[in-house]
Design a protein around this ligand. Sequence first.
Ligand code: NDP
Length: 218
Amino acid sequence: MKKLKFMLLILISIFCLNSCLLTTAAAGTYLLGTMGTYYCAEYGCTRDRTEKDVDGFSNVNVGKMVIGDESGFLSCTPYGIMQLLEGYDIDVDGKDVVVVGRSNIVGKPMAMMLIQKGATVQVCNSRTKDLSKKLKKADIIVVAVGVPRMIKATDVKEGVVVIDVGINRVDGKLCGDVDYEDVAQKASYITPVPGGVGPMTIASLIKNTFISYQRKIY
Ligand code: NDP
């Protein structure tokens, strides 16, 4: 019976962690109910205890990110991408970067973090004119759109670094916003879906949570 209770506890924990991570990936609305009241709307986010805002979505943490104050928590997906670039020695300083997508959880914070590191950033959206022309000039492309395999090899230049944030399901299989097989022939680096940005988002969330624990703010 004890063993059963223990197994049940583990299963509930895994379920909670999964829901928490999935929610974070989708909208970052709520983290296990332990982080205080959290509200995320189209025009802004507030959390009553921003020091525990491990998603990095609160107004305070977004503000800190914009001015480069490192005492706040950085939004997990773009933070994971910055770690990925650093891990592969891809210097963004002085590079032309195109970010496709302007959401509050990916596109905008991504652009801010890249700017902090010296990149020249262009942020595109669904109304952008001649996206392909802009993409062809980019040294680094980050795509967070939600349209399966939208970016093709003909849209990018030789040697480009491509970060695919998109998670789409087509015929029961996951794929990104980038046509991986096609673009991989031209890219110097490209992230796969699944197994690219997703795990980095989770790693960043765990890192932020651990930092929050270390600060011992309860
Ligand atoms: P949103 O729907 O909030 O934003 C999508 C953005 O893409 C919008 O800015 C939209 O423009 C733009 N867009 C849509 N269609 C086009 C187009 N044809 N050309 C150019 N821009 C376009 O999505 P999210 O940022 O939340 O997520 C984007 C994708 O990333 C999704 O697939 C999501 O599942 C995935 N994701 C993955 C994560 C991970 O950890 N791997 C984490 C978070 C998200 P406009 O503003 O004009 O409408």
